[in-house]
Design a protein. Sequence first.
Length: 225
Amino acid sequence: MLRAAAAGDLRALVAAGMPGLIKVAGAAQAGNSPEQFQEIATAWLASARDGRWRRPYTELVYRPMLEVLALFATRGFTSFIVSGGGMEFVRAFSEKTYGITPNRVVGTTFALKPGEADGRITLTREPHIDFIDDGPGKPVGIARFIGRRPIAAFENSDDDYQMLRYTTEGAGARFGMIVHHDDAEREYAYDRHTQFGRLDKALDEAPARSWSEISMKEDWARIFA
């Protein structure tokens, strides 16, 4: 993957999926502390713009998602972000953007090397991943970092399939929701045959598992916050 990135081989990077991209990112961002990395991420988010919408990425969050989080908060629920992306990167914007504090973010993690400098404990990010919070890793991440099986979960691709099963296979009342990206005009359309965001197996099994499905195109009056 590192050779592909250096050569600009986008096809190889896409074929590697999220784990491949995270590996490249980790190699490029090693050598700093978690705090330093979050400062770098915060600075990048302040200046970066989405190529299609020309807006900061933190403004391109889903309004219905914020509404659900607000509703859950008023009902006494504690919500978490469980992401296949880098945990420290998501933590850099989760509280300001979603109202989710960093301790309620679960994601892919890179190894940290402990040390000491100038009489102070140090932690240094290493270039290799020690946990991938994606696919079958999501239930592991939930058990390891949260310690309780969720009551409700929302997914938008088969990368979340195991998480939705883990949630809804628990005892008692459970809720599983599939968010279907089918609005190419206001957002994007991808499902069964796309390289990223593939949504196939979960759609097939949704009726038997009593998972609900919501269409961005048909059910969301507004996409972005």
